[in-house]
Design a protein around this ligand. Structure first.
Ligand code: SF4
Length: 556
């Protein structure tokens, strides 16, 4: 059975200042009929892998490792021997048809030539085979006499697919096969590739930054960032339960996987790791000191065949509540509630008024003692009034800013007070932080505003002050309890967008408590629904909304 094995491949490109590693220690095996995806942002090294598999990387850039086709080392072969493997065993379909094809040759000349060269066919036989493949990709045979510019984008992509398949390779590499296509055309190309791969059972490597392509065409997935494997495993597992913060960031940036979410993308510029640490260090929401200098190796994590490169073993669970209950007199406010919140995620806690959301939120923040059950924050039991009264803990923003903040406070005092209580930093430093936060919540930070009484502020301004106050201790988890309900629609939209931007920039986890589904789906990637004090649903926002729509459609 055919196989290609990439073994500890390291590729280094020279740059002016230093030698930058394009691929760091990549290994995978792909056999006949298997389908593997490579995903990552632009510049993550995906196309370098494709070029290496085709033998298109200069030998001096291959730092170490090997690529073996059917057990034969490809990298040690002479160019003439590599040529025999190209096209016959492996074919690559590039992303931009117009640039890849020769503008002065007819399509017939371009598809027939490899058949003559690599399959030793005469011209007539090669033409007949080429015509078969042209029809197979659902094009008319008469396009063979045309030039590349005479085809539409979709037709060119089909033609490139026919070219890639014509020599009957055992490995087909597709580099961004649907980039810049409209949705309908994308789906047509995906369906065509899927059908042909199932028919011919060739090994398929799909390189893409688009999740729908990866989701439809691959069974296993490798996630790359700056040439390093961040995570690998079964595609469906990675998409449903990503274990690496980078994978989660990519998923949260995908409009197809989050059609309702207000998208922000992974924050911060990508910087190469200068001290040999994790490549994701400067963008990671859960980085620790040693991540700057220590490179994580790929290791097994708990999930089925899922492996992750992270010194913390993957995305950490920040908060874990197990079977928490609370009664007020005879009324049960919360019953046996269990939830967990991971670093960097935004969760909506939804339900009607009186369903127990706020009670649960207060218990999670350590502001209300549960009658029974256990709440852990960073694996430590949450003690009353403590986790919210420390740096990097949990903060809660309440529904009514007028009752949450004393009307006698000046703006500066309202925001700075938590730092004063903890005696954090000098007075000058505290003031600096207050001014910075005011700027971040888009309020003035001049002396006049700092000295203004909170009672003189509008509802929207006061809610922003409350958000700034909650962020001054740099919480890892923010619980926002119906913070929009007392605001007019325009202010509400501005405050929600602000909250989402801050969450994205600062990387804290967010529990957004609301009864407003329309707002929740703009903010959160996961929905937890409560009813009469009990958690009745806990699933991705997309699944929740689709399920709800299906129920609504079925209802008479
Ligand atoms: S926790 Fe550290 S090792 Fe893990 S992804 Fe973040 S920066 Fe990298």
């Amino acid at each position: 059975m055919f196989s290609v094995a990439v073994q500890h491949l390291k590729i280094t490109y020279p740059s002016q200042a230093n030698r930058q590693r394009a691929i760091y220690d990549l290994s995978f095996t792909l056999r006949a009929g298997e389908r593997l995806g490579l995903i990552g942002e632009s510049g993550s090294g995906k196309t370098t892998v494709a070029r290496a598999l085709m033998g298109l990387i200069r030998d001096e850039h291959i730092h170490s490792g090997d690529i073996c086709y059917d057990g034969v080392s490809f990298l040690t072969l002479k160019e003439s021997e590599r040529n025999r493997i190209r096209w016959n065993q492996v074919a690559l379909m590039f992303q931009n048809g117009l640039h890849v094809l020769n503008p002065v040759l007819t399509l017939s000349q371009q598809i027939v030539e490899p058949l003559i060269k690599h399959k030793s066919m005469d011209k007539k036989a090669a033409y007949a085979v080429a015509a078969d493949y042209i029809r197979l990709v659902q094009l008319e045979e008469d396009i063979m006499g045309m030039y590349p510019h005479q085809l539409s984008g979709g037709m060119r992509q089909r033609f490139l697919l026919a070219m890639a398949l014509a020599c009957e390779p055992q490995l087909v590499i597709l580099d961004e096969p649907t980039t810049a296509m409209d949705t309908e055309l994308k789906q047509e190309i995906i369906t065509l590739i899927d059908t042909l791969q199932r028919q011919f059972r060739f090994a398929l490597l799909v390189i893409s930054h688009e999740f729908p392509v990866i989701q439809s065409l691959t069974d296993k997935l490798i996630v790359l960032d700056q040439g390093q494997v961040m995570e690998e495993g079964h595609t469906s597992n990675l998409l449903h339960e990503p274990q690496h913060p980078y994978t989660l960031g990519l998923i949260q940036s995908s409009p197809e996987l989050n059609p309702y979410l207000d998208l922000w993308g992974i924050p911060s510029l990508r910087l190469p790791s200068v001290h040999g640490g994790c490549t994701f260090y400067n963008r990671c929401t859960q980085a620790i000191e040693r991540c700057a200098t220590e490179r994580p190796e790929l290791q097994d994590c708990d999930e089925d065949n899922q492996r992750v490169s992270c010194l913390r073993g993957g995305i950490v669970t920040l908060l874990q509540a197990n079977k928490v209950s609370k009664r007020f007199g005879k009324r049960t406010a919360c019953h046996n509630c269990s939830i967990s919140i991971r670093a960097g995620e935004a969760v909506a806690l939804i339900g009607q008024s009186g369903s127990g959301k706020s009670t649960l939120g207060l218990m999670l923040a350590g502001l209300l003692p549960p009658d029974c059950g256990e709440i852990l924050f960073e694996n430590e039991p949450v003690k009353m009034q403590q986790v919210s009264a420390k740096m990097h803990g949990i903060q809660m923003v309440l529904q009514d800013p007028y009752s949450a903040i004393s009307p006698y406070f000046r703006v500066k005092q309202a925001i700075q007070e938590p730092l004063d209580v903890l005696k954090q930093g000098s007075q000058a430093n505290r003031l600096e932080q207050v001014k910075h936060l005011l700027q971040q919540v888009q309020l003035p930070n001049h002396d006049g505003f700092l000295d203004q009484k909170c009672s003189e502020l509008s509802g929207g301004q006061l809610q922003r002050v409350a958000i700034a106050r909650s962020l001054i201790l740099q919480p890892k988890l923010l619980i926002a309890d119906e913070i929009h309900t007392m605001l007019d629609p325009s202010t509400q939209a501005n405050v929600m967008r602000l909250l989402k931007r801050l969450q994205n920039e600062k990387g804290f986890s967010l529990i957004f408590i609301t009864h407003n589904l329309s707002l929740a789906r703009k903010v959160a990637g996961r929905f937890i629904k409560m009813e009469q004090g009990t958690i009745i649903e806990n699933q991705s926002a997309l699944e929740f909304i689709h399920k709800r729509k299906a129920v609504e459609t079925k209802s008479p």
